[in-house]
Design a protein around this ligand. Structure first.
Ligand code: HDE
Length: 701
């Protein structure tokens, strides 16, 4: 049995070993017949027709023709990783689920992150919701928590899902635009379906453009139910909180990354795990006794609402670490099949109509996507818990069931499989009502939590939100669509509606539709997230011949100490001649990357290097663009001079005297030998992620 690259093995990893294949023998057909030529087909004479008899050729082509399966109808583009989950303390007071009650257990998990609207080959950094789906391989069966990075959803009842998805996906007549919500049909739907408004606020916020899957929250969205050993239920809302804080990109940056590196988020996850910087998330729960079901002024069954954390605090209950990349994207990340109805004893549903619809849809979708009812036998899906039942046959059946019986009850098979002891029991909720096709009145307030979200944002977050609405509506060709959305926004906040209207050529509403209630929930703002980490952040160190080698080492060393990665970018690949003559290998040629792929830029000293960079358009653009995107910039000695060659008024930051470190607008500069203060300043700016109060309006990048 091989160990995972990171050296950890668990039940799932050991199980997967039976399926892992390393190519090490002679080439054969699928039937095991050895072949010695895979380049030439069998033909009648060297220039004659190909022969039907060539079974090897036919098998190779046929297999190729059938390599593709349907992509997911939503969440087609994703990236996955294995890891483990461990609960801090027993939650036996609320649930009988073993993996939530035994702190000594490390439960293996597979997580798939995704965008929603784009096709499998679309870009990572589009404005979209991100999926955050976790499969826990528990000893009591698989449990799937299929969440998103936003805590609410676009619609209240699953019967509206096809309408919403048809509206957001590329328009059907010309299949434009790919992976974008900025088009008429989505906003037409939004204007006519006000229950979308709260979620649209989240979608227009920075949450929709995460810096990394490692810096993204996750939410179960629905209210679920925990059930203890006595059958008592407790409502629960699930939250994942990333250890590195919740951080986003800048909109202009995301669009550039989409071209420079469409795999930006996928690559970031993969590389962080390969480096041993394992992404970590804390699981939190909002626990609500059944007796408090109606205590919060929102219907817990309505997935367009949150329960503010200030009213029901999030209790941290456990930790998830992702420490192993998959071996094969298709076999694992593509074939993983999540299903909201994959629950284990102690976890149950509520009557949220969106959740109920999902409990139908996910099984159905796997049948078409994975080609039949045996998809749970695929290696990534197979539970570590034993499986035994009378289900038989079907496409892709891998198990060789022995014996004559496949029915219950039987005596000929010794009565097996026998009914299990300690089984899954559905919570005994009393229900009663007439069959109706009606939305509950308690679901009808569509605006007050959209207002709550808006009120809770910091100034810079609000600025981004207004810009996002302007961008998206500005892409709509139909004026009436723009007008209707502005009218809806006037129910959220009058100022917001006016700000958006002013950017999209719509008459600003003259009166407020409803007064802003003034309430806020500080926990909703990203400005309050963890800002004490630089693990996995990337710093571009721009250098040319004549660079000061000690400056480069100081930058590299201090960044590495905090877990950040500093890369030396030079005008060309290969070796640089440094000021003291020692050779320095460039990590990359500047022209193959871009500032948008880094979190910060540093300019080391060295007169020749600074002079060359000061007349290199690529290098100057690098600095200006990083400044535009609110990124920390650090410059040492002669490197400080490069800043003035960018000829930007905003970049004429305060210049340090010898021996001094100055931090001005997130630009840290230093002249003199001791770099300690400068590197500390850079680390602290990086931990704060971006310099949001920097004025960038005049920067033309
Ligand atoms: Fe999904 N959703 N969804 N969804 N969803 C799918 O299942 C669906 C909803 C979510 O990485 C599909 O296997 C309906 C909410 C994630 O493989 C499909 C409704 C939330 C993923 C489906 C919803 C999600 C999916 C497509 C409304 C957040 C990706 C392929 C009733 C709580 C899982 C597949 C992965 C995937 C249906 C609403 C999250 C078609 C009908 C709400 C993270 O079954």
């Amino acid at each position: 049995m091989s160990e995972s690259p990171q050296g950890r093995t668990d039940d799932k990893d050991r199980q997967l070993d039976d399926d892992r294949v390393d190519s090490k023998g002679a080439l054969t057909t699928d039937t095991g017949v050895r072949v010695d030529d895979t380049d030439n087909s069998l033909s009648a004479g060297e220039r004659g027709p190909t022969l039907l008899e060539d079974f090897q050729f036919r098998e190779k082509l046929t297999h190729f023709d059938h390599e593709r399966i349907p992509e997911r109808v939503v969440h087609a583009r994703g990236a996955g990783a294995y890891g483990y989950f461990q609960v801090y303390e027993s939650l036996a007071d609320y649930t009988r689920a073993e993996f939530l009650c035994d702190p000594s257990l490390k439960t293996p998990v597979f997580v798939r992150f995704s965008t929603v609207a784009g096709s499998r080959g679309s870009s990572d950094t589009v404005r979209d919701v991100r999926g955050f789906a976790t499969k826990f391989y528990t000893r009591e069966g698989n449990y799937d928590l299929v969440g998103n990075n936003m805590p609410v959803f676009f619609i209240q009842d699953g019967i509206k899902f096809p309408d919403f998805v048809h509206a957001v996906k590329p328009e059907p007549h010309n299949e434009i635009p790919q992976a974008q919500s900025a088009h008429d049909t989505l906003w037409d739907f939004v204007g006519l379906q006000p229950e979308t408004l709260h979620m649209m606020m989240w979608l227009m916020s920075d949450r929709a453009i995460p810096r990394s899957y490692r810096t993204m929250q996750g939410f179960g969205v629905h209210t679920f139910r925990l059930v203890d050993a006595e059958g008592r239920g407790t409502f629960v809302k699930f939250h994942w909180t990333p250890r590195l804080g919740t951080h986003s990109l800048v909109w202009d940056e995301t669009q550039r990354i989409a071209g420079k590196d469409p795999d930006f988020n996928r690559r970031d996850l993969w590389e962080a795990i390969e480096r041993g910087q394992y992404p970590e998330y804390e699981l939190g729960m909002q626990l609500i006794p059944e007796s408090d079901e109606h205590a919060f002024g929102v219907d817990l069954l309505d997935p367009t609402k949150i329960v503010p954390e200030e009213e029901v605090p999030v209790t941290p209950v456990g930790r998830m670490v992702l420490d192993r990349n998959p071996d094969n994207f298709f076999a694992e990340t593509e074939q993983v099949a999540f299903h909201t109805a994959n629950v284990v004893p102690g976890i149950d549903f509520t009557n949220d109509p969106l959740l109920q619809a999902r409990n139908f849809s996910y099984l159905d979708t796997q049948l078409i996507r994975l080609g039949g009812p045996n998809f749970q036998q695929l290696p990534v899906n197979r539970p570590v818990a034993p499986v035994d039942n009378d289900q038989r046959d079907g496409y892709g059946q891998h198990r060789v069931h022995r014996g004559a019986t496949s029915y219950y009850p039987n005596s000929l098979g010794g009565g097996c499989p026998a009914l299990g002891s300690d089984p899954y029991r559905h919570h005994q909720e009393r229900v009663d009502g007439a069959k109706v096709r009606e939305r509950s009145k308690s679901f009808q307030d569509h605006y007050s939590q959209a207002t709550l979200f808006y009120n809770s944002l910091s100034d810079w977050e609000r600025g981004h939100l207004v810009e996002a609405f302007r961008f998206e509506l500005g892409k709509c060709d139909t004026h009436q669509v723009r007008e209707r959305v502005v009218e809806r926004l006037n129910h959220v906040d009058h100022g917001l509606a006016r700000d958006v209207a002013a950017g999209v050529g719509v008459d600003p509403p003259r009166h407020e539709a409803v007064p802003n209630h003034g309430r806020s929930s500080p926990a909703l703002s990203q400005a309050r997230t963890a800002m004490n980490e630089i693990t996995g952040r990337t710093v571009a160190v721009l250098a040319a011949d004549g660079v000061d080698a000690q400056d480069v080492e100081a930058l590299r060393g201090s960044m590495a100490d905090g877990g950040a990665v500093a890369e030396v970018l030079a005008p060309h690949d290969g070796t640089l001649r440094t000021a003291d003559g020692t050779p320095l290998e460039a990590d990359r040629a500047m022209g193959t990357v871009s500032s948008v792929l880094y979190d910060a830029v540093a300019l080391p000293g060295g007169a020749d290097s600074a002079a060359e960079l000061s007349s290199d358009g690529l290098a100057l653009h690098f600095v200006v663009e990083a400044f535009k995107h609110h990124k920390p910039i650090a410059a040492l000695d002669d490197g400080v001079d490069v800043l003035s060659h960018t000829a930007l008024p905003d970049l004429r930051v305060a210049v340090p005297a010898s021996g001094q470190t100055v931090v001005d607008q997130g630009v840290a500069t230093h002249r003199g030998a001791d770099h300690g203060e400068l590197t500390r300043a850079l680390a602290s700016l990086l931990a704060g992620h971006r310099v949001w109060d920097r004025e960038t309006g005049a920067v033309p990048a």
